[in-house]
Design a protein around this ligand. Structure first.
Ligand SMILES: *Cc1c(COP(=O)(O)O)cnc(C)c1O
Length: 393
């Protein structure tokens, strides 16, 4: 693969390994194991497997390797390890590098399962975790200590779409020798320049935009070859969180159209957010691409675009939110995001139901808040649908 190709070309071609048949579409090597021609070859491969030699699908597989190479090329990372889900990636990246006595600083506004890993699991094994408001650099600065091993945050938080300044947090972390791990789902590989901005490790739930059509769970950890092969791989291959070859094939096909989908979704999201802003039945419209977003300058600097998700806060609370959701005709009520289909979620009663009220208040998860993951449908159809549903409120 030539080095100077643009991301959109890499997303289509990078990492391709053709079999002797010269297939156009990537082959699914749906095999758990590999046959050795001789006992000597088996022995040699267990001593050290070459770059195109495989032993067992939990360790690696040709289809999975294609996906890892393609997404690493797209993101500008040296290497990648593909995992069974986004949470296998988040927990694997953290657990593989941490040990008892280590200190981690994390943003508090996290996907529920990420919060569980940091707050309940890592602490059980003797890791100390300090939570901060991810948008407040002074809090990061005072929380990161000489013995801090890692900082962790979602570059755009769910569901209130607050943005963490990757460059600023990375420079604070690096000054103390801590590694920077970024859960980059909402930014997507299309709008992300997280590695350039100082991230050491970037994590995606590929369930979201990379599959983008709601079929499979998956995840990926990206970083230096040293970190991926010496820290992540031994942990993942022995604990069992590897991606299946079939999933890797779905994700490879997803990467081919990722750029087209995410651009179309982002354009739709920007248009809908603009149209909805100021609507009489809404307290506010939250979208990182709007000038009214509190961190608009940072969004422009860090991503250049607002992404594929917006949130609206209905003035009438839960009752208004439910009436609105039940009147939607084109979008669907569900809890995935990044899909080709527009998906609407009421976080307070679903994804964030378990949070105590004071934490919902602190994170801005009000009773009227609806998250809208904007799909690739016709923009005019989506706009009409949202406005007709608002009339039912
Ligand atoms: C969905 C999501 C995850 C978890 O991914 P799964 O594929 O569902 O395991 C982690 N972080 C963020 C920000 C997510 O949106």
């Amino acid at each position: 693969m030539k080095k100077d190709l643009k991301p959109r070309t890499r997303a289509v071609h990078a990492g391709t390994r053709r079999s002797q048949y010269g297939e156009v579409s990537e082959a699914i090597f749906l095999t758990q194991g590999f046959v050795y021609e001789t006992a000597e070859q088996a022995e040699a491969r267990f001593i050290e497997a070459g770059p195109d030699e495989f032993i067992y699908a939990r360790y690696g597989n040709p289809t999975v390797a294609m996906f890892e190479e393609r997404i690493a090329a797209l993101e500008g990372a040296e290497d990648a390890f593909a995992t069974a889900s986004g949470m296998a990636a988040v927990s694997g990246a953290l657990t593989s590098m941490l040990k008892a006595g280590d200190h981690v600083v994390s943003a508090r506004a996290l996907f529920g399962s990420c919060l569980y890993v940091l707050e309940e699991i890592l602490t059980r094994y003797g890791v100390e975790v300090t939570f901060v408001d991810g948008t407040d650099l002074a809090q990061w600065e005072s929380a990161i200590r000489d013995d801090t091993r890692a900082v962790f945050f979602e570059s755009i938080s769910n569901p209130t779409l607050q943005v963490v300044d990757i460059e600023a947090v990375a420079s604070l972390a690096h000054a103390k020798g801590a590694m920077v791990l970024v859960d980059n789902v909402f930014a997507t590989p299309v709008w992300s320049r997280a590695f350039e901005q100082g991230a050491d490790v970037v994590i995606y739930s590929t369930t979201k935009h990379i599959d983008g059509q709601g079929r499979t769970l998956g995840g990926v950890i990206l970083g230096t070859t040293d970190f991926i092969r010496k820290t992540v791989e031994p942990y993942m291959k022995h604990t069992g969180g590897s991606m299946s070859p079939f999933t890797a094939w779905v994700m490879l096909k997803g990467l081919e159209t990722l750029d087209l989908r995410v651009r179309a979704q982002t354009e739709n999201a920007m248009a809908l957010a603009t149209a909805l802003e100021g609507h009489e039945k809404l307290n506010r419209v939250i979208y990182p691409g709007l000038a009214s977003h509190g961190q608009h300058d940072l969004v422009q600097r860090q991503m250049g675009k607002g992404g594929t998700v917006l949130a609206i806060d209905l003035a009438g609370g839960k009752d208004a939110a439910f009436r609105f959701l039940n009147a939607i005709e084109v979008g669907v009520i569900s809890n995935n995001l990044g899909d080709a289909k527009t998906i609407l979620t009421h976080p307070a009663t679903t994804t964030h139901q378990r949070l105590p009220q004071d934490q919902k208040d602190a994170l801005g998860i009000s009773a009227g808040l609806i998250r809208i993951s904007v799909g690739i449908e016709d923009q005019e159809d989506l706009r009409k649908d949202l406005f007709q549903a608002l009339r039912h409120v």
